[in-house]
Design a protein around this ligand. Structure first.
Ligand code: SF4
Length: 462
């Protein structure tokens, strides 16, 4: 499918948000926060709001701006809200699977949003189905809600703790009961989640950029294995796991997160620039100009060019208006479609030795087309520089990677990839180089580069 071909990127699965603000109507704040998190998922969006007695939800397929109208936001009255944006692979049943999921639980309604992927879904589903649970969606969160409900005898705190201890895999959860907002991060801290304050209210978000947009003050990241409960008594938290190994998804820094976000103490923009600098030290090329593949290659290209004292410019122009509804082009229109997405500034590249910086290569189809287009526009040499190591393995923690067989680095050597994309040279950042950019070696999941799946694997692939 052409859309898939144009994407040729790892895709973040979700962004989550929550707010507790007594005395305020919060639906619009949730809406703006989801706007700030839109890069984490463009296929569906939803907000659930509670006024302390009743939970209402509005969700649907599409961008935040498409899903919500003035009227739908006006209908969401209340001081407590959770929201979600989601990337869902095409043809996966969007209407049923949009979040938040709202259901009856404990002594009232609960709305829940999930970022990540559980690896013991099959086992948990079999276990629950054997006890009479009927599932209405294919969402992992439905399992989570059922586990919380089944452990409800000892109160909410105990129910949450017991339910979390049954989950394996990756999750950042934001959920609400009719009067409480709750944030939970898995024991490895694989997906980000942070806590902020807004004029005496509390907010939870996948990324700090959502806090910035609301004018909220960043308090801290929710710790791996921590549950935060916010209600009229304030904000309290407890750990449900004492695991010492952390595994934050390193791809947050490479591609997923917004450069203005800070995750677990690391600013994304700074790390991306440092990746570019490290790559420049490892693999300097003689070039007349350094071009980023926008947008995620920009910071790396700045770092690369700065380290080597090379000329940097925005020589590839991105069309920001290509979406899911793009009409599939005829075979004869394919190269037109690629130029529509990324078009070189001919005056900058003609007769030049061009260094192109991108954050990663997944299938290689886009890189090949970029190299070809630059050559067609008169570039004398094209050097491809990638600010991450080769992606050799699929992700099972909520990121939509291609099948392993479609990952070019799982099939070919670096030299074979260079030949395939048609570049004069191809260099990837090494794993030690990536760690130097991050300023630490521990605490990250790097499974798509190393096949070290610290959070475990689903039964089907074990
Ligand atoms: Fe992130 Fe890769 Fe780990 Fe998936 S496998 S969580 S994409 S680092």
């Amino acid at each position: 499918m052409f859309y898939e071909e144009v994407k040729d990127k790892m895709e973040e699965a979700c962004g989550v948000f929550g707010i507790y603000a007594p005395g305020k109507d919060v639906a619009r704040l949730a809406y703006y926060a989801l706007y700030a998190l839109q890069h984490r998922g463009q296929q569906s969006a939803g907000i659930a709001v509670s006024n302390g007695k009743q939970v209402r939800v509005h969700k649907g397929a599409g961008l935040v701006a498409d899903v919500f109208s003035d009227q739908s936001l006006n209908n969401l009255k209340g001081h407590l809200a959770v929201g979600h944006v989601q990337y869902t692979p095409i043809n996966s049943g969007l209407a049923v699977n949009a979040q938040p999921l709202v259901c009856q639980c404990l002594k009232g309604k609960m709305a829940i949003c999930h970022n990540g992927n559980l690896v013991n879904v099959k086992e948990l589903k079999e276990h629950l189905a054997a006890r009479g649970v009927v599932f209405q969606s294919s969402l992992d969160v439905e399992i989570v809600v059922n586990l919380i409900a089944r452990n409800g005898g000892g109160g909410l705190k105990e129910a949450l703790k017991k339910a979390m201890l049954e989950l394996k895999g990756s999750y950042a959860l934001v959920l609400m009961t009719e009067d409480k907002l709750i944030g939970i991060r898995d024991p490895y801290g694989n997906r980000p989640l942070c806590l902020g304050r807004l004029e005496g209210s509390y907010v939870l978000a996948s990324e700090s950029c959502a806090l910035d947009v609301l004018g909220a003050e960043f308090i801290r990241d929710v710790a791996p294995g921590e549950i935060v409960i916010i209600d009229q008594s304030g904000c309290r938290s407890f750990k449900f796991s004492s695991r010492s190994t952390e595994a934050l998804c390193v791809f947050e820094f490479i591609y997923f997160a917004r450069p203005d976000s800070t995750i677990d103490g690391l600013n994304v923009m700074r790390v991306r620039r440092a990746m570019g600098r490290e790559l420049a030290r490892e693999s300097p090329v003689e070039a007349d100009i350094v071009l980023p593949v926008p947008d995620s290659g920009i910071a790396g290209a700045l770092g690369y060019a700065g380290e080597l004292g090379l000329f940097f410019d925005m020589g590839l122009m991105k069309n920001r208006y290509i979406g899911r509804t793009f009409i599939r082009p005829e075979q004869s229109e394919r190269s037109l479609a690629v130029r529509l997405k990324l078009n070189p500034v001919t005056e900058l590249v003609v007769g030049k030795r061009v260094a192109v910086v991108d954050d990663s290569i997944v299938r290689g189809t886009t890189s090949k087309k970029i190299v070809k287009t630059l050559r067609n526009r008169g570039a004398k040499e094209v050097h491809l520089l990638i600010t991450s190591p080769p992606v050799i393995a699929s992700c099972y923690y909520g990121i939509d990677t291609s099948e392993r067989g479609q990952l070019i680095a799982a099939q070919k050597s670096v030299e074979e990839i260079r030949e395939y994309v048609g570049a004069d040279s191809l260099s990837y950042l090494s794993l030690p180089g990536l760690y130097r950019a991050l300023k630490r070696e521990q605490g990250f999941c790097t499974a798509c580069f190393t096949e070290k799946y610290l959070l475990g694997l689903p039964k089907e692939v074990r």
